[in-house]
Design a protein around this ligand. Structure first.
Ligand SMILES: [Zn+2]
Length: 141
């Protein structure tokens, strides 16, 4: 009886150890909080540097490529998701909100060319890469 209970304990320990192993079978070591904090800082700095390198090749859209057309922007069904960069968020956080009639409120929204261009791209992409394929699939076109 003692032997069988010992085997159970051993199996339980093996199970616990296997949970700590990654896909390669290597046992993961959890670094101390202090060391992990430094590693997170190093990783964040590496990521910032990597992002900065990538951003050098990015293109800032010109005004003519960022012209919004509200008649189309608000026509689409479903939620409207607007991404704003930090500069736009900071600018808009200082803008007054106007209370309108019928429980409506007007939130003035300033958007830079990057944010407006992205909104246009987002709508175009959704139309061509989601709406049309979804309709094709649904109606077997
Ligand atoms: Zn912006």
């Amino acid at each position: 009886m003692d032997t069988s209970s010992g085997e159970c304990e051993e199996k339980a320990i093996k199970t616990q150890q296997s949970r700590k192993r990654d896909a390669k079978g290597d046992v993961k070591k959890t670094p101390s909080k202090k060391k992990r904090g430094n590693e997170d800082g190093d990783e964040a700095a590496k990521r910032r540097e990597w992002l900065r390198g990538k951003a050098k090749d990015a293109v800032i859209p010109e005004e003519k490529a960022a012209q919004l057309k509200p008649e189309y922007l608000f026509k689409e069904m479903g939620p409207l998701v607007i991404h704003l960069c930090q500069a736009c968020k900071t600018y808009n956080s200082k803008r007054p909100m106007n209370q309108l009639e019928d429980g409506m409120a007007e939130l003035p929204l300033g958007m830079c060319t990057v944010c407006r261009h992205f909104l246009i791209q987002q709508h175009t992409m959704k139309f061509y890469h989601h709406n049309l394929p979804s309709l094709k699939k649904k109606e077997m076109l």
